[in-house]
Design a protein around this ligand. Sequence first.
Ligand code: FA5
Length: 346
Amino acid sequence: MKAGACARIDAAQDLAALEALRVEFLGKQGSISGLLKTLGKMSPEERQEKAPKIQALRQDVADALAARKAAMEEAELEQRLAQETLDLSLPAPDMPRGTVHPVSQVMDELAEIFADLGFSVATGPEIEDDWYNFTALNMPESHPARAMHDTFYFPDQAPRGGRMLLRTHTSPVQIRTMTEKGAPVRIIAPGRVYRSDSDATHTPMFHQIEGLVIDRDIHLGHLKWTLETFLKAFFEREDIVLRLRPSYFPFTEPSVEVDVGFAIENGKRVLGGSGDEPGHGWMELLGSGMVNRRVIEFSGLDPDEWQGFAFGLGVDRLAMLKYGMDDLRAFFDGDVRWLQHYGFSP
Ligand code: FA5
């Protein structure tokens, strides 16, 4: 009987079959349990002779069941391990990766170009004091030029009069740099600025880069050379032509607006050449000028000793021109498809 039982246990294919065998042999109604029950009806002599054999049989069958069960569980574990093996030599799946935003890329490029020209980077707060944003830039409280800026005001009173505000341009960094560091100065100040304004070429938050050079004997020629050199480097073209137009800013005198010449090719603006050629045009890039004597005075410097130039350009507009984009608002929608379209995201 033992040989037969063991053969069947070894042949069992799964845990369910093994359990069925356990019940068949060792269960309450099982065949070995049945044998044990017969002991009671035996004579003492017979029982003495048979009992150890039946007990041994029961033990052997129980051992065989346990051994087979352990073997099955081990085989199952091995199979699972084999299936779950990681093949580290396989190529990794292609995960989508983020990239630097086009405006940030342009800011980084500009900072690099100006670093080569000997400019360092200065910063100022986005929540600004009325005095730095306007008054010290020669725009006293009733000055009409303030109205051009569509300012976002806070209810809080500013320390030197007026209210606190979101800076409308990066020009307050001019004052902060001169009052804190004195002269000479050669800085750019990139950053966010805010105006209550929105259409295809205006967004309520945009980016400017301010440039400021203060030294002895600085004149308009230095401004023109600096702007030409940087724009040629930025657009990677030698045929960039600038047009300097007389303009007005309270903080520069004289003031100059700078346009860049472009041609229309396949319905798109392509920079280069004079805007006066037939089929060409001029596009406004930035405001600039010689720093007003009063601004130099406001900053605690002597305007008879120190002169300089300043400029402020719209970084987002520059990015639009460089990458041929037509709506400024799309820059800040965060639409990945738009970024992909312009090659900024894989
Ligand atoms: C100024 O902000 C002056 N602070 C610039 C300046 C600095 C002049 C130093 C002289 C000396 P303006 O308001 O023109 O000027 O703005 C400068 C540039 O910012 C514009 O030429 C334009 O490119 C960009 N800009 C102005 N408003 C917006 C807007 N709402 N959205 C996007 N770009 C804008």
